[in-house]
Design a protein around this ligand. Sequence first.
Ligand code: PRX
Length: 658
Amino acid sequence: MSDQSSEQTLSNLGHEDRRFEPPEDLARDANVKEEAYERAAKDRLAFWEEAAERLTWGKRWDTVLDWDDPPFAKWYVGGTLNAAYNCIDRHVEAGTGDRVAIHWVGEPEDDRRTITYADLKDEVSKAANALIELGVGKGDPVAIYLPMIPETVISMLACARIGAVHTVVFGGFSSDALVTRINELDARVVITSDGGYRRGAPSALKPAVDEAMAKCPDVRTVLVVRRTGQDVDWNDDRDRWWHDVVDGQSTEHEPEQFDSEHPLYVMYTSGSTGKPKGILHTTGGYLAQSAWSHWAVFDLKPETDVYWCSADIGWVTGHSYIVYGPLANGATSVMYEGTPDTPHKGRWWEIIQEFKVSLFYTAPTAIRTCMKWGKEIPAEFDLSSLRILGSVGEPINPEAYIWYRENIGGNRTPVVDTWWQTETGAMMISPLPGVTAGKPGSAMRALPGISALVVDEQGEEVPDGSGGYLVLTEPWPAMLRTLWGDDERFKDTYWSRYPGWYFAGDGAKKDEDGDLWLLGRVDDVMNVSGHRLSTTEIESALISHPKVAESAVVGATDDTTGQAVVAFVILREEAGDGGQEIVEELRTHVAKEIGKIARPRQIMVVPELPKTRSGKIMRRLLRDVAENRDMGDVTTLTDSTVMDKIKTGMSGSKTDDE
Ligand code: PRX
């Protein structure tokens, strides 16, 4: 295992030996039962055909999987469908148009919108007609940079409806990140808003788009949703208000059936190099697996359940489990705009109480934050509607799992720890709540139809009780099809380490029962609050500052955020010896280059960096420094005194991220 893999170091308090069997009533009525594993093992492709039959197809596929030219997969070959039709119209046609699709909750109290499936059909049709009027057609990329408001979902589905390819850029990313994505995809239309509400105040989004536009000469239209009413700069040639362009459109729009492999969206994510990767997802396979897994893992009963995923739509979790999965299943969801502590730290639990949420999906980092705030806060609310809790984004430490189960789930609800990635498109490893027992900290086993192994350096499966690398040995419907415009990088990154197998980049161990425990990344990718960040990308951002000569970034263990960004920099001579001012300047610089989420928690100005004889920075040692640990073996360093020099010559700051 490389030095980036981390054992779970967060406090475990012996909880890892506990085991929770599925509640009896859940086991009896579960959507998916034990036999699904056996059926899928016997005939994986027949299993995935059945999953796809839950969707409505224009034309049924001829061949379920084409894997003749690996790693380029085609699923449901020859089939046609429309993703938006599947997420909306078919429910209306089936008579459930007045079911609520989205209970939207704005951050300001009493700010609510209730959107039924019939409403969604009208809104998405209008937006689709508007995009057509703006010249957007099949295959055209559209960039979406919006807060958590209904128009974000409407925009995505409007794109899907007309076959345009959306790329949603997380609102916390900087204007530079927006530029890279818009230009790489050659998007000509950008959808944004004046801003959104966060932490009790309007925050702005349009200024970042305005700044980006100076470097995106080919963008012809910026469509702007008015959310907060704050003043915005306006370019008459380019900017159009959403309400001017969309509101007057017809609510009629006939969806076209697209090829199963028609591109649905590109989502950028961090890799181990500085350049973000454009993960391409296509229509049929992605929708089939995101819908099936949502229905199976949350045991969704669309008539009675109320589901809430607290992720931001700017990440893949929001795509698969706020938009495509739940809507394809006809679910009723809650969508919340703001932060969990506005206007008070019980806001989430108050929302669960108000809407009687029964299925809740969040990230370990949020759970740990709530733990810090104290169990008295959720105890003030009626959370008895909850029946299943989900976790995603990073390893969940047993203590957080138990806290979640006890204090949010009233010790009744199963916790499903779901492992997957932007690349996998949908959940891959997770308990099924009516079938699989839960162990605090374990994602348990691969879902039916998914083939996962833990292997050693040579690709041999490790025995139970051992650790290694996680690989996926068979293609799956929601898998990424390639990296946008870079087939070679797609092959190199995922398929070359173990030819024919997908290398996930995660370490994992199998316990004595053969159940899986995910241990974190084994490459230069960090996971901060469940957000994926690349060490190299942050290093490049630091080096682009004129005062920085060299930099190294590590992810240090953090009790709340899982990992935190810690940077070591060598300054250029003319920059002087550092001090608080330059540290702040560099933190701001990283926030500007990438986004606030990438801003280092701590920057240490050092005289040297530890390097191996071949010139590679030894991040392991820097992590030891960042985590105040003994450094162990330093004999491979070029200069074994360098670590002493670093420790004595270090100046820097520790600043908590807000
Ligand atoms: O390291 C794993 C971690 O998050 C990475 C994927 O990040 P991203 O593409 O941003 O997708 C996050 C949401 C699906 C993985 O390589 N990860 C995700 N879920 C888990 C996890 N690690 C442990 N347990 C999980 N349940």
